[in-house]
Design a protein. Structure first.
Length: 210
């Protein structure tokens, strides 16, 4: 995928979407192939090195630290983030996710799912990534917050050219965010579909019905 794009990976449960994301950030080894990032081969590099090079990761289930406060969670994101210059996203995180400021002293585990997802995204962005890997951001979150998160990600993409690769099963979120969409099955990318075509129930069922 190219810099500045928003690309979706779709597919049924268990086809390997999360495994792909973990391979890309370096939490699982790639058994075959190479991972190219910013024109270099990052396949042998550890996850922390890839994070410092500018890849942010927001795992499925959010992966926030429930017993730490919102501010402490964000501080962790700053620590594992990139050490290169470039746009400092802290100000943007405050602007796009104001709840993280107003709730800074709250323990993250006591927030709602949607609030925790905003924290997980904010924690990744605060490390100043150029690319974020986002695994099923809508999972377990009420529709109004899903829309809000989709809008914020699109605005970040337009404002600073943030590159986004996301896994999703929520049709509204895919159609609202994705510029391109790849289909996974049995551990491999098997097809590409225009996000707009997913409005057609037949096409949607073919790729996503569980
Ligand atoms: N390329 C692959 N080859 C073999 N097994 C795989 C591959 N990708 C994923 N798996 C296995 O499939 C299972 C489900 O994968 P997961 O990535 O969690 O799926 P998803 O996120 O699409 O629901 C896991 O047990 C994983 O180890
Ligand atoms: Mg998954």
């Amino acid at each position: 995928m190219g810099k500045g794009e928003i690309v979706a990976i779709i597919g049924r449960n268990g086809v390997g979407k999360t495994t792909l994301m973990k391979c890309l950030i370096g939490l699982l080894p790639a058994t075959a192939g190479t991972i190219l990032y910013d024109r270099s081969n990052v396949t042998p590099e550890d996850a922390n090195v890839r994070a410092r090079r500018g890849i942010g990761y927001i795992p499925q289930g959010r992966g926030i630290f429930p017993r730490l406060t919102v501010a402490e969670n964000l501080a962790m994101g700053e620590m594992i983030g990139t050490d290169k210059g470039g746009t400092k996203l802290r100000e943007l995180v405050d602007r796009y996710f104001p709840i993280l400021g107003t709730r800074s002293r709250q323990r993250a585990g006591t927030m709602s799912g949607g609030e925790q997802q905003q924290l997980a995204i904010g924690r990744a962005l605060i490390g100043n990534p150029d690319l974020v890997l986002l695994d099923e951001p809508s999972e377990g979150i009420q529709p109004s917050i899903v829309q809000q998160i989709a809008e914020n990600i699109k605005k970040l993409n337009a404002e600073i050219g943030l590159t986004v690769l996301f896994v999703e099963q929520n049709i509204d979120m895919i159609m609202s965010m994705a510029q391109r969409c790849y289909v996974m099955d049995k551990g491999a990318i098997v097809d590409q579909v225009a996000p707009g075509d997913l409005a057609d129930e037949k096409i949607m069922r073919k790729y996503l019905a569980i």
